[in-house]
Design a protein around this ligand. Structure first.
Ligand SMILES: [Zn+2]
Length: 319
């Protein structure tokens, strides 16, 4: 009992504790307890795949939890009781920001100690493309509820290798500020990951330099930042229902493709989109994949593998 009391008093002084532990066989349990306390372990949580990949790129071996399992859709995600527990126990939460993690609002209230890192801080968002041509966009003005901007802009900044550098920098600096004990780890890994992103940007710029102005066609309007960065144009097919497309819908898409001289349709891998199958069949145009990286593998290098495939697809679409 006395030993445990003494070691509790000394819990910050790991050396002393260790000595006491060594001297006393009976207090093994309290020793391991103390060792955890003195290391001040942090519990880091990231919201969904791209921010998770960037955060793991910075933390290296320090574990990070992911809230949305990578096979789930972030848009319109509904939080689970498990998510609430994870956030309640976390010290640091890393999010993409720009309004894509709407589900977070309900989760964060319970943890006043939580440090939040907004990876998009300082990034000027593009306004989200409203489907003007379709004329059926939903205005959701919730006047009188609360005064937050419901138009936070396009959240898909991670798909631009330059803005991704800004996100990784924000994550690196946020983690250093919240957990200075691991500064060296965060700095070394973060800088290496940023250097890789710079290399990726050079590759995109070099390979897309000769196809400036190229228009590519997608169903998921996730590539506006990427397009703007390299002088391309995203044509997003919006306002077409996922089920039961009418012949008029198909004609609308084909006309859009024709007007913009689109030679390839770009589809999200792993997403079964009957619309695209049907449209591709009608138009006779080939389908390539363009991955918004909202789901996939959890290895931080996965970002680079997919982005290089995306680059290859864009080269084909812009040939
Ligand atoms: Zn998206």
């Amino acid at each position: 009992m006395i030993i445990i009391f003494v070691s509790l008093l000394m819990w910050r002084r790991s050396l002393l504790t260790a000595l006491i532990c060594l001297a006393t066989l009976g207090s093994l349990v309290s020793c391991s307890q103390n060792r955890q306390d003195t290391k001040e372990e942090v519990k880091i949580v990231a919201t969904f795949l791209p921010v998770y990949l960037f955060t793991r790129g910075v933390t290296g071996d320090i574990p990070v939890e992911i809230l949305i399992t990578p096979n789930k859709e972030v848009h319109d995600y509904q939080a689970t009781p498990g998510n609430a527990r994870t956030v309640a126990e976390a010290n640091i939460l890393v999010k993409n920001g720009l309004g894509i993690e709407e589900f977070l609002e309900k989760l964060i209230g319970g943890n006043s100690q939580l440090t939040q890192i907004d990876a998009s801080e300082g990034i000027e968002p593009l306004s989200e493309e409203e489907d003007e041509e379709e004329g059926e966009h939903e205005h959701h003005h919730e006047e009188g509820e609360h005064e937050h901007h419901h138009e936070e802009g396009d959240p898909h900044v991670w798909l631009d290798p330059v803005l991704a550098q800004k996100q990784v920098t924000n994550i690196r600096d946020g983690l250093i500020a919240a957990n200075p004990a691991n500064e060296e780890t965060y700095r070394t890994n973060g800088d290496a990951y940023i250097a890789q992103l710079q290399e990726l940007d050079r590759e995109f710029a070099a390979k897309l330099a000769s196809v400036k102005g190229c228009k590519f066609m997608v169903f998921h309007d996730a590539f506006a930042y990427l397009a703007q960065r390299y002088g391309l144009e995203q044509i997003a097919i919006l306002g077409i229902p996922e089920e039961n497309m009418t012949p008029a819908d198909i004609q609308k898409v084909l006309k859009l493709a024709n007007t913009n001289q689109v030679k390839v349709f770009l589809a999200e891998p792993g997403v079964e989109d009957k619309r695209l199958e049907q449209i591709a069949k009608e138009s006779g145009l080939p389908v390539e994949t363009l991955d918004p990286l909202e789901s996939g593998e959890t290895d931080p290098q996965y970002y680079f593998r997919v982005m290089k495939q995306n680059l290859a697809s864009l080269e084909k679409a812009c040939k």
